[in-house]
Design a protein around this ligand. Structure first.
Ligand code: HEC
Ligand code: HEC
Length: 438
């Protein structure tokens, strides 16, 4: 009797589930092919000739974990991109020297991106890395202080000079290289930004005045050394490659059964149904495709913004800043400033449709990178799924994209979709990448 009871309770329901295993037809298989097969080497980065230099990666790894890069000595890149928190920080918006307004994205697979930051204001990983150093809410430092810190720290100086040659001369002369000196960053204002407004180097903080007081050669020397440090950090970040997740092992079982690692039981049946929804009724794949589960472009999903809240424009600001950034791919610090390499920079335009658009984030490792969205407004994957079903309210400017269709989903279907999204967590990277090198 016990045996038959055990059968009724456990074995029979399992068999019933077995029968419901979804079948992936040709259309779905074609879509599945777009989502899996993670590249294990990132695409080339022609603007950074040190991108794949192991010595640069090692130097970059030291810088990444070094809080000395911030004048307070308390904030490193790893503060907000913590390897133990999916290379993010677990907070709605980041806390550096003070509280920021945006959520820290994971760095896993970042080298696969075309644009960096939620608004895409950097076009390379190396130029991205320069932003946080001077961001007043992140490290609140300056390029001059950072270069001086490298020059005055014997191990860093040695590593730097082996790679990039001599550091700028005369850094201990505070008159020539004033503390905190940095140029005024381009700051778009208003709805239709006036470009002439953006380059007034002496206006504002003493730090900008200090920078303006420096000779053009000294400014240039600091910029060059700053760019080299960014290139080293990028070389390290290129090693943060996404490892295959249970989803990929399942996808292999559908696409190439019998291949190494292929496993039709790698994800639950509920997650398999969720995958069908993702590529079917819920149309998530319209924007979340490629093995990163991101089209690497910008969209307005139409978040509501409270009346007292300051509206974050997103993409248009990013375009303005990128165009004016001397560290962009066509600038003087790029190792491949030609037009052909930088063709993506030619197609930057913004209009009212780009207001409120942010970069489609990767869905890889979602289980470790809560909270979600550019402002960390959702705590759980379930809340995100519910949002896409409801699409409440309207964005304050611009409009929500029409490809978002408010799919009708039952509670069970929402659970299935969330279960699928949880199968995208990869095993952690080797321990030697998750800390400062020996
Ligand atoms: C105070 C927290 C904080 C610190 C410190 C910090 N970051 Fe970030 N990082 C963020 C936030 C927040 C964003 C998104 C900001 C935005 O879009 O405006 C971000 C974005 C990024 C991105 C873009 C990822 C993508 O997919 O677009 C990369 C790469 C990155 N940071 C690397 C670094 C590096 C390298 C350092 C150290 C030099 C660093 N971060 C320091 C919080 C931080
Ligand atoms: C029109 C393009 C588009 C479609 C379709 C779309 N997304 Fe998104 N998704 C985005 C963009 C853009 C963001 C970032 C928006 C923001 O931060 O304001 C995002 C953010 C997310 C996030 C947050 C990730 C993070 O790390 O913060 C999740 C999870 C997500 N989408 C899941 C889904 C699911 C599930 C579906 C299908 C129901 C879907 N998306 C459909 C474009 C899209």
């Amino acid at each position: 009797m016990w045996l038959s009871l055990a059968f009724a309770l456990f074995v029979a329901p399992m068999q019933a589930q077995e029968e419901e295993r979804p079948y992936f037809d040709q259309r779905e298989q074609a879509l599945l092919r777009l989502l899996t097969k993670l590249p294990q080497t990132p695409p080339p980065s022609p603007s950074n000739r040190f991108a794949d230099d192991p010595r640069a990666a090692r130097f970059g790894q030291i810088l990444f974990f070094d809080p000395g890069l911030s004048p307070s000595g308390t904030v490193s890149c790893a503060t907000c991109h913590d390897p133990e928190k999916g290379w993010s920080d677990g907070r709605p918006t980041s806390l550096g020297v003070s509280l920021g307004r945006r959520n820290a994205p994971t760095l896993l697979g970042a080298a696969e991106q075309r644009w960096f930051f939620w608004d895409g204001r950097a076009d390379s990983l190396w130029s991205q890395a320069l932003g946080p150093v001077e961001n007043p809410v992140e490290m609140a430092g300056s390029r001059t202080d950072m270069v001086r810190y490298v020059a005055e720290t014997p191990d860093l100086r040695k590593a730097y000079e082996e790679l990039f040659g001599a550091m700028p001369e005369g850094l201990d002369d505070r008159k020539r290289f004033p503390d905190g000196a940095r140029p005024r960053p381009p700051a778009p204002t208003g709805m239709f930004h006036d470009v002439s407004d953006l380059s007034m180097p002496t206006e504002g903080l003493p730090a900008y005045k200090a920078w303006a007081s420096m000779s053009a050669e000294d400014q240039e020397a600091i910029n060059q050394a700053f760019a080299y440090c960014g290139k080293a950090i990028a070389a390290f970040e290129r090693k943060l490659v996404i490892q295959p997740a249970p989803f990929d092992r399942f996808a292999a079982s559908v696409l190439t059964p019998g291949a190494e690692g292929a496993d039709k039981d790698a994800i639950s049946i509920a997650a398999q149904r969720g995958l069908e929804l993702f590529m079917g009724k819920a149309s998530c794949h319209n924007c979340h495709f490629t093995p990163l589960m991101s089209d690497r472009e910008f969209h307005n999903v139409g978040h509501e913004v409270g009346v007292d809240e300051d509206f974050d424009h997103g993409r248009p600001d990013g375009i303005q800043k990128l165009r004016l950034d001397p560290f962009n791919g066509m600038g003087p610090y790029s190792d491949a400033p030609d037009l052909e390499t930088n063709v993506k920079l030619r197609y930057l335009f913004y209009d009212s449709h780009t207001y409120g658009a942010y970069k489609t984030p990767t869905l890889r490792n979602l289980g470790r990178t809560a909270p979600y969205m550019h402002d960390g407004r959702f705590d759980t994957i379930e809340e995100v799924v519910f949002f896409y079903q409801q699409l409440p309210g309207q964005p304050p400017i611009g409009h929500r994209e029409e490809t978002l269709t408010r799919p009708r989903m039952t509670l069970q279907e929402r659970k299935d979709l969330a279960a699928f999204l949880r199968t995208l967590d990869s095993p952690p990277l080797p321990e030697e990448l998750r800390r400062a090198p020996d």
